[in-house]
Design a protein. Structure first.
Length: 232
């Protein structure tokens, strides 16, 4: 953002995206406060009626003060779980919303849709041994309205080659790797491994072809062997 001096543009975009969330959050808080106030009001009215009725009964000698206090405590115990339940309604609704988002992630297609078994076998056979990687006029930008980070990238890497991609900060070096691992998929142009288009390679096979060491490394709290063999 700072590299392209796009602070004001990003801020405007962020504000537009968060307006809907702000409105929904405000409505949720309003309903939550209203429900809580209603329950508290009902509780207070019930207590007042109990004290008023009990006071008359005490004056008439029908009940004792201890009996009235016992009824008030019982009534208060009845309303406690109701009050607690209403306070948890908002938490429950947020949990359900989070669950829906998680389910959407699980339902997403994580692999390339290949309908023909023969085609899958042919691709797998071509990718048994790495031969070459080809970038042909690859262009990429993070969103339709943002400037291109990569413009017309073309190069070829053959088996046994050692290639270093150098450039200034923000020039797109890490972006090339993220495109190659299909972290970013909305690129233009052609990327082929052993002549097979990147978008046609099954995710599992692609992950076995590439060993990626990123700038920021995250390790699980397990053994070194577990972290090295993860996904293999």
């Amino acid at each position: 953002v700072q590299l392209y001096a796009a602070e004001s543009k990003v801020q405007k975009h962020y504000e537009e995206k968060t307006q809907h969330f702000l409105h929904a959050q405000s409505r949720s808080n309003f309903y939550d406060a209203t429900l809580f106030s209603v329950i508290e009001g009902i509780t207070s009215i019930a207590m007042a009626l109990m004290i008023w009725y009990g006071a008359h009964e005490i004056l008439d000698g029908t009940v004792t003060v201890g009996t009235l206090i016992g009824f008030i405590n019982t009534l208060n115990r009845i309303f406690v779980p109701i009050r607690e339940f209403t306070q948890q309604l908002t938490v429950f609704q947020r949990a359900m919303s989070s669950l829906e988002n998680i389910e959407k992630l699980f339902r997403e297609e994580t692999d390339v849709a290949l309908s023909e078994t023969q085609l899958q076998n042919e691709i797998t056979k071509k990718l048994e041994v790495f031969e070459n990687l080809t970038f042909e006029n690859v262009r990429f930008r993070y969103s339709p309205n943002s400037p291109y980070v990569l413009k017309g990238i073309t190069f070829e890497v053959n088996k046994g080659d050692r290639v270093a991609i150098v450039g200034t900060t923000g020039s797109g070096k890490s972006t090339i790797l993220r495109i190659l691992t299909r972290t970013y998929t909305n690129y233009e142009g052609s990327i082929r491994i052993n002549g097979v288009e990147l978008s046609s390679i099954p995710t599992g096979k692609l992950q076995r072809l590439i060993a990626l060491l990123q700038q920021e490394t995250y390790l699980f709290e397990e053994s070194v062997g577990f972290n090295i063999s993860l996904g293999r």
